[in-house]
Each structure stands twice: as structure tokens, then as C-alpha cells.
Write a protein that binds this ligand. Structure first.
Ligand code: TPP
Ligand code: MG
Length: 573
């Protein structure tokens, strides 16, 4: 068997169903092997930037890993932004690239980015992958593959892993058989119970406790255990932006998400001077998760910070109770511990409820709730998201792009389970990512309804992937918040000058026509009263839909609030 076939077999063994790629001479052998493999659907994308975002969306929605393939040189370079995004968000992706035959290396051959080429792909990728390897001979195939899979999946190093295969080695013979890496390899349920000493007493003595769940906690599959734990001890739960849905956002104990464009209830509770103890599950407490490192986090009585990677603990704020371990293991351990303090926690329940009533019961959980029913023309994005949420089924996977539309979407869209709200706005936020990610998510979970919310600027960057969705027959609704502007910078610019704002406007493109040109169904909406009907029709019809919605540039739900927080920071930069 050829090495190319052995690698394809390994991907099948791991239960992966899709490979996203752009072909080229240097990966012809691999591509041909895929063409003979009915178990894997190979999606040929418009651009390698789309392929890597699709592999990322596939990994995030599916919970395993994604596979992206490309040629050396320009193929890899086109993937850079997507690889960097996956690296920062610890999204596991196997990136396979070809390389020139080893006898051509370093001799001025076309697309030679081998270790001996003028530019080496591995050198470029090293800072943004958890591992990069170039196969030098078949003897070490097993060792290199083990290293690549292990680093890609292991919970401390998880992320994009790169394997380069020179053409002659893709064609070389091997008898390698892949042993799949079972779930135990990357979902270690480890916890250091000693580090939990004293936490039960702390919670029992300080009734105003809240939990904030971050992105890495979503790997712990806590969707059943966390609500049970919260209900049993009556502890409210917020999530960060990137962990939206890890705790159902319509649960009576949900505070919603905290951070940029966060909900009034989450911001009210976590920044309240009554809060005593904050339990942080799987967040590094970075800039976004703490609203610019809000000093309230430094004045709490105690932070209990739980993370499987000790490097993430106490990096931004002191953690009086550092816990190294998995969030689900922590919840289970604390449940056993707290049972011993049951009556004490039961006694403090009314105090917690009174505090919560003051926050949750006070007013709607969103800022500017009136914009959800706005009849304004051009349409208000809050109205778009409100109508969309009403039509789409509860378990819809939504992929959200980067721009002001992201803030409207996250604010007014409720998610109810992990892996159903996909966004790259934690560290990177590259425009157009969600278009590919939504396609990958649909491939990973074909039975779940899928929607992408993007902007007109994002469409100009990666809208060509609409053709990938359409030709693959995928049921995806792409909602374009078409505000004729690079809205996010535009909103800032218009506070400064008309000339500055004018630079950031865009012509009003008709993305419904683009959709039709690319083989998808397209329509345009200008009246908010049409939204519900158009969404319902697209959902019922199936297929790839692009709904181009003419919107205005309204302030984002927390624009004024965010600016008030930024003011003291702005003075220091
Ligand atoms: C690759 C990339 N380039 C630039 C930016 C900076 N940026 C953030 S949002 C934005 C405009 C997005 O425009 P659009 O897609 O129309 O969304 P809107 O803000 O109008 O909703 C820009 C240029 C970015 N995040 N990513
Ligand atoms: Mg725009």
C-alpha cells in the first residue's frame, strides 16, 4: 500500500468523514487516493483560506478534529490566517501538504518549500502549529504520525498539526496500520483533588458565588452535569463569548455571556460589588473575558480558577484557589464535597436568590431590548437576529463572522448547548472565517440546522465559498447583514469625522445575485416585516441560501457601555 493510502486509511480509522482541500500537482497522489475512498467526502474549496476554516468549523462542531489539505508554498501560505486562528483557539486540525520530490529539494524547483527550499513551510508554520513535520523516509512514518496525532489531540497542546509529504514518499510503499487515538487520549478527566481543599468551605461561607465558563470548559462536555450542579446548589452561571451555549441561555440560573457585547445580567452580576467568590472554569481571564481586565476581578474575596493547563491559571489575576484539572471532573468532585456542607449551602440559598433577583429580575437581560422589535428601514440587525432565532430550531449551529454584526448576533441570539455557537472572536477574529466554518460545521453535523451570519465586508473576503456549499448540496442559510460599510471600524470613525467614516463605506452590493451566480439560492430583504417569512421559507426549502438584508449602521448593543469602559484604558495607550 502507498503511504498516501495509509494516511487516508488513518483518517477513516479516526472516524473523520470530510477532507477540505485545494488540489495541485504536489498532492495529486493523495487526492487520487481520496477519490477512491467513498467513506470520505472530499470537498474542493474555492481558496485554501476556506478549506482551513471549514476544517476548523468541522472540528469545533464535531468535537473531534478537522482535516485540510493543500500544496506546498502558495497553498500553505493561503492557509496562514486560518491556521493562526485555530492555533489561538486550540482547534485540532490535521494539515497535510505535499512537498517536491526529495531529489528536487534545494535545486530551484517550482514550489520547493521543503526543509532545503529557499523558504521552508515548516519554518513559517512553526509558531502557529503545535507540531510541524516533514516526512523524510518511510521508516519513521509511524513515529511521525503518532507525534502529529498526539500533539494535535492532547488537551495541553491541542491545535493545528502539520505533516508535509514529499511526492516520492506519498508514492512509497508501507504496511503502516493506524491505531485510532481513543477519546481517553485527549479528554483526560484528570483533577488534582488536593488543590480543591477548602473550596467547599469557601462556597458555604460566602453565599454570593457565581460561575463563569470559558471556551476550554466546553471540551469537558458539561452540558448535563453543569446545569444539574448549578440547580442543586443554586449557583448562577455566566459564560464567556466563546463559550456561549455551554450553559443553556434560557436556564433560570443563566446570567448569559460576559465580555464584549455581553448581556446586562452577566455584566451586572460579575461586576457587582456583592459578588464574593467567582469560580472560573476554563478561561484564562483574558482581555475579552474580563472586559479589559476589569479591576473588579482583583477585588473579589476569592477566585477559584480551574484549568487543565496550569499555564492558564493566575496569569491575569491572582487565583486564591488554583485548581489544575478538567472542569467536569471538578464539578463532580465538588458535588461530593458540597454534599457534606449541604445544609450550610441550603441555608444561604435565600441570600443568593435575593442577590440574583436584584440582577436578573430587574430588567430584560439584553441591552437595548427595544431594538429587537424595531420597524426601522434600513433594517436594524437586532430585529434580524430576533426573527432568525424565532424561526430556527433550538439546536441550530450558528457561525458568526467578525464585525459589528457579530455583536448584534451574540447579544440577541440564545444558544442552548456547547458547539452550537461558533466564532473566532477570542484572540483573532479574521473576517470571512465564519463562511468556511459554517460549511465545515454542517459537514460534521449534517442533521443539525446550520446558519451563518456574516457582513458585506466579510463576504468580499471569503464569499466565494458560497459556491463550495452550493455545489456540495449543503443546507445552510447565509444571512448577510449588508450595511454598505466595514461597519465596526465605520462606527468608530463616524465619531471622529465624516471623511474618516466615508472611507469605510462600501457600495451596496447585491449578494443575492452573487449567490445565484455561484449556484445558490439568493434573495434580498429590505423590509423587516418580510424577515420571518423569508427565513421560514429558506429553512423549509433546504439547499444553500444567501439572504441579503439591507441594514443600517446602528450602534451596537453595548457601544456606549464599552466606550465608558475603554475611556480610562484609552488614556493609558
Ligand atoms: C482579516 C481582517 N482584516 C481586518 C479586520 C478589521 N475589521 C474588523 S471588523 C471589520 C469590518 C467588517 O465588515 P463587515 O463584514 O461588513 O461587518 P460589519 O462590521 O459591517 O457588520 C474590519 C475591517 C479583521 N478583523 N480581519
Ligand atoms: Mg458591513
Amino acid at each position: 500500500m502507498k503511504v498516501a493510502q495509509a494516511l487516508v486509511n488513518a483518517i477513516i480509522e479516526e472516524g473523520i468523514t470530510h477532507v477540505f482541500m485545494v488540489p495541485g500537482g504536489i498532492v495529486d497522489t493523495m487526492t487520487e487516493a481520496l477519490s477512491r475512498t467513498p467513506q470520505i467526502k472530499t470537498i474542493i474549496t474555492a481558496h485554501e483560506g476556506g478549506a482551513i476554516a471549514m476544517a476548523d468549523g468541522y472540528a469545533r462542531a464535531g468535537g473531534r478534529f478537522g482535516v485540510a489539505m493543500c500544496i506546498s508554498g502558495p497553498g500553505i501560505m493561503n492557509m496562514i490566517t486560518g491556521i493562526y486562528t485555530a492555533y489561538m483557539d486550540h482547534s485540532p486540525i490535521l494539515i497535510i501538504s505535499g512537498e517536491v520530490p526529495t531529489v528536487w529539494e534545494g535545486r530551484g524547483s517550482f514550489q520547493d518549500t521543503s526543509p532545503n527550499g529557499a523558504v521552508h513551510d515548516g519554518d513559517v508554520l512553526r509558531p502557529i502549529t503545535c507540531i510541524t513535520r516533514s516526512l523524510r523516509d518511510t521508516t519513521n512514518l509511524e513515529f511521525h504520525l503518532r507525534a502529529v496525532f498526539k500533539k494535535m489531540l492532547c488537551h495541553t497542546t491541542r491545535g493545528p498539526a502539520h505533516l508535509a509529504l514529499p511526492v516520492n514518499l506519498q508514492n512509497a510503499e508501507t504496511n503502516y496500520r493506524h491505531e485510532p487515538f481513543g477519546i481517553g487520549h485527549h479528554k483526560a478527566r484528570l483533577l488534582d483533588p488536593e488543590s480543591c481543599t477548602g473550596i467547599a468551605e469557601l462556597i458555604a461561607r460566602n453565599p454570593r458565588v457565581a460561575i463563569i465558563c470559558g471556551a476550554s470548559a466546553s471540551d469537558s462536555d458539561m452540558n448535563v452535569a453543569l446545569p444539574q450542579f448549578a440547580e442543586k446548589y443554586h449557583i448562577p452561571v455566566a459564560t464567556t463569548f466563546s463559550a456561549k451555549g455551554v450553559f443553556p441561555e434560557d436556564h433560570p440560573l443563566s446570567l448569559g455571556y460576559f465580555g464584549w457585547s455581553g448581556l446586562r445580567t452577566a455584566i451586572g452580576a460579575l461586576l457587582s460589588d456583592q459578588l464574593e467568590v467567582l469560580i472560573v472554569l476554563g478561561s484564562r481571564l483574558n482581555m475579552q473575558d474580563t472586559l479589559y481586565w476589569n479591576q473588579r476581578f482583583a477585588t473579589l474575596k476569592a477566585i477559584v480558577q480551574v484549568d487543565a493547563d496550569e499555564n492558564n491559571i493566575a496569569t491575569n489575576f491572582p487565583a486564591q484557589y488554583p485548581v489544575i484539572g478538567d472542569s467536569l471532573a471538578f464539578i463532580r468532585h465538588m458535588d461530593r464535597e458540597l454534599q457534606r456542607h449541604g445544609s450550610l449551602l441550603g441555608d444561604t440559598r435565600p441570600m443568593r436568590q435575593e442577590w440574583l433577583d436584584g440582577i436578573i429580575g430587574q430588567a430584560p437581560k439584553t441591552f437595548m431590548p427595544q431594538s429587537c422589535t424595531s420597524s426601522d428601514i434600513p433594517i436594524h440587525p437586532a430585529r434580524v437576529i430576533t426573527e432568525l432565532r424565532k424561526i430556527m430550531p433550538r439546536n441550530t449551529i450558528i457561525s458568526v463572522d467578525t464585525g459589528s454584526h457579530a455583536f448584534f448576533t451574540s447579544h440577541y441570539w440564545d444558544s442552548y448547548a456547547p458547539r452550537e455557537f461558533l466564532s473566532s472572536i477570542r484572540y483573532v477574529g479574521a473576517m470571512g472565517w465564519a463562511i468556511g466554518a459554517g460549511i465545515g460545521a454542517k459537514c460534521a453535523r449534517p442533521d443539525v440546522p446550520s446558519v451563518v451570519v456574516t457582513g458585506d465586508g466579510c463576504m468580499l473576503m471569503h464569499g466565494m465559498e458560497i459556491q463550495t456549499a452550493a455545489k456540495s448540496g449543503l443546507d445552510i442559510i447565509f444571512v448577510v447583514i449588508n450595511n454598505s460599510a466595514l461597519g465596526n471600524p465605520y462606527l468608530r470613525a463616524r465619531r471622529i469625522s465624516e471623511q474618516f467614516a466615508a472611507m469605510l463605506t462600501l457600495p451596496t452590493h447585491d449578494f443575492s445575485l452573487l449567490a445565484k451566480a455561484l449556484g445558490a439560492k439568493g434573495c434580498r430583504v429590505t423590509d423587516p416585516e418580510q424577515l420571518a417569512e423569508v427565513f421560514a421559507k429558506a429553512l423549509a426549502e433546504g439547499g444553500t441560501h444567501v439572504i441579503d438584508i439591507i441594514c443600517g449602521n446602528y450602534p451596537t448593543p453595548t457601544e456606549d457601555y464599552d466606550r465608558s469602559l475603554l475611556k480610562p484604558i484609552a488614556a493609558t495607550i
